[in-house]
Design a binder for this molecule. Structure first.
Ligand SMILES: CC(C)(COP(=O)(O)OP(=O)(O)OC[C@H]1O[C@@H](n2cnc3c(N)ncnc32)[C@H](O)[C@@H]1OP(=O)(O)O)[C@@H](O)C(=O)NCCC(=O)NCCS
Length: 198
């Protein structure tokens, strides 16, 4: 279990007085989130957070489909951030993908329940999940997402490593994070789990 605290500069306009009343604050007034791997009891809440965060329930159903795919699902690499009342505020998932035929990790989806957004829950759960991946012999994480959001975790355009998706996306949206550079970084085309449908 990881206790995470986001720094104050991320939300300069928010003061301790306009926080959600139920959310505990650390001594310097920033929100703290408890992050941990999902358990069997979280399945419904994880679905609900993804369904609420995205315009449709496609991502929520994607998570369930990935959970049912033993080739894609990696136990211990689906993480949640808990709100003060113990409910699931945010979720992030790493599943098995291939890059040029070599194993890598795909980060998707990442979701924070709308009522908890922009309070650091997303960053807390992503950081905890990436830390969990760093404890494993995993060389590389890929993410297709907001180019303004993921560089804060160390992601850079995947094209710098000769990594490309098998479909058209803006170059800056396909990002890579090398976890272990002691060996060659896989390069080539990304092959996502079947549930992604790409
Ligand atoms: C994107 C998302 C996961 C971020 O989680 P969060 O808990 O709201 O974000 P945090 O509080 O951890 O981080 C806030 C930072 O993220 C940025 N951010 C939030 N949503 C963003 C978005 N859609 N695009 C780019 N940046 C975003 C904020 O501007 C803020 O940046 P700053 O630190 O530079 O001020 C969340 O807003 C969400 O679930 N959105 C809907 C689903 C989605 O788009 N998922 C990501 C798919 S790639």
């Amino acid at each position: 279990m990881t206790d995470s605290k986001e720094s104050k500069h991320e939300e300069p306009s928010r003061s301790p007085h306009d926080r959600e009343p139920e959310q505990p604050l650390s001594g310097d007034g920033t929100t703290r989130w408890t992050t941990r791997p999902e358990t069997a009891a979280d399945t419904g809440a994880v679905y609900a957070v993804n369904a609420a965060a995205f315009p449709t329930d496609a991502e929520a159903r994607l998570v369930d489909a990935l959970r049912d795919d033993p080739q894609a699902w990696l136990p211990g690499l689906s993480y949640v951030a808990e709100a003060a009342d113990g409910s699931v505020a945010a979720h992030a998932l790493l599943t098995r993908c291939l890059v040029g035929g070599a194993p890598a990790l795909a980060l998707a989806p990442v979701a924070t329940a709308p009522e908890h957004q922009r309070r650091g829950a997303g960053q807390a759960v992503v950081r905890a999940l990436l830390d969990a991946a760093r404890l494993r012999p995993e060389p590389l994480v890929l993410v297709l997402g907001h180019p303004e959001y993921y560089p804060r975790f160390g992601f850079v355009p995947a094209s710098r490593y000769g990594i490309r998706p098998g479909f058209e996306v803006p170059d800056e949206a396909m990002m890579a994070l090398v976890l272990d550079d002691s060996g060659p970084v896989p390069r080539g085309t990304i092959q996502y789990p079947a549930a992604f449908g790409v």
